[in-house]
Design a protein around this ligand. Structure first.
Ligand SMILES: O=C(O)CCC(=O)/C=C/C=C(\O)C(=O)O
Length: 289
């Protein structure tokens, strides 16, 4: 008897789909792995060259092994999804795209894990479609708005802007060095892959700059509406997050109906990557409760 082992890769799980939802009529790219009855959707952040795979490649396999179907949606304007200029709330735009994707895939309900912009998108989706959300996991995002302690825009957000306007390897390294706590984990391979992703879709970079000029508040403050969300939520933050400060996480815990908070020390804006093993164990346990 032979045992077949399938390796989960970006290429082997890559899919394209056309969605028509609200004002959106566009092609989305997503990764689809595992065959579990319950689905976990992972939503990436807004950095140049980000994608579902770049944000969550250390998390897909453990969730599939735990029995979940895992969907990584590339937001409109990122990676292989269609380009777009966002003049309103990008959180709402991404939530509309996610609704379209879940409808096409005939997924009634999903757990949502959102990183940074992905956290904003997950909350926007939960506000618009409460019956379609299982549990929420929010890292480094969930609502826009000002910090009470850190000058805004934060140093990380300023570096994202600089990289969008001038997508050079120097600016990428500058942004990434603030992104994580332990910069020794950043390899030349990782920089190269990220730079290639960015430069392969220059229109995405130009559209992000146009969007920010048209509406600087791409991720509006929805703090006043958090109490509407009854989904059980795990908020996860890096103590050393220099992009979206920890007090945003505290506002989420104060506002959401049922939210717990875990703070990783020695951790920047990418908790699911910097502390992948502990993150995976903790979130799988939370979803399975
Ligand atoms: O401006 C905000 O509130 C969100 C910023 C954000 O989404 C940054 C995310 C960056 C990444 O996840 C990335 O570049 O991979």
């Amino acid at each position: 008897m032979t045992t077949e082992t399938t390796t989960i890769t970006d290429a082997s799980t890559s899919r394209l789909v056309r969605i028509k939802e609200g004002d959106l009529d566009l092609q989305l790219h997503y990764n689809d792995a595992g065959e579990g009855e319950q689905t976990v959707v992972m939503l990436h952040g807004s950095g140049p060259g980000a994608s579902g795979w770049s944000n969550f490649h250390r998390n897909v396999e453990p969730f599939v092994s735990a029995g979940y179907r895992v969907i990584l949606m590339d937001a409109p304007g990122w990676s292989k999804s269609d380009p777009i200029v966002s003049t309103g709330s990008r959180s709402d735009l991404n939530a509309t795209a996610l609704k379209g994707l879940l409808d096409v895939l005939k997924i009634d309900k999903a757990h949502l894990i959102g990183n940074s912009m992905g956290g904003h998108s997950a909350v926007a989706f939960a506000l618009a479609n409460p019956s379609r959300v299982g549990k929420l996991v929010l890292m480094g995002g969930g609502t826009g708005g000002v910090s009470s302690f850190v000058p805004m825009p934060t140093e990380g957000i300023k570096l994202i802007g600089a990289l969008y306007r001038d997508p050079s390897i120097e600016n990428l390294k500058r942004m990434m060095s603030v992104f994580v706590y332990d910069t020794s984990a950043l390899t030349e391979d990782l920089f190269r892959l990220r730079l290639d992703n960015m430069l392969s879709r220059r229109e995405h970079l130009e559209n992000f700059v146009k969007s920010a000029a048209a509406n600087p508040k791409q991720f509006p403050d929805v703090g006043h509406r958090l109490g509407e969300i009854s989904a059980e939520t795990l908020v996860i933050w890096g103590r050393d997050d220099r992009f979206v400060p920890l007090d945003t996480g505290l506002r989420l815990v104060a506002g959401l109906q049922k939210a717990d908070l875990h703070v990783f020390s020695r951790c920047g804006h990418w908790a699911q990557w910097e502390h992948a093993e502990k993150f995976n164990r903790m979130v799988v346990e939370f979803l399975g409760r």
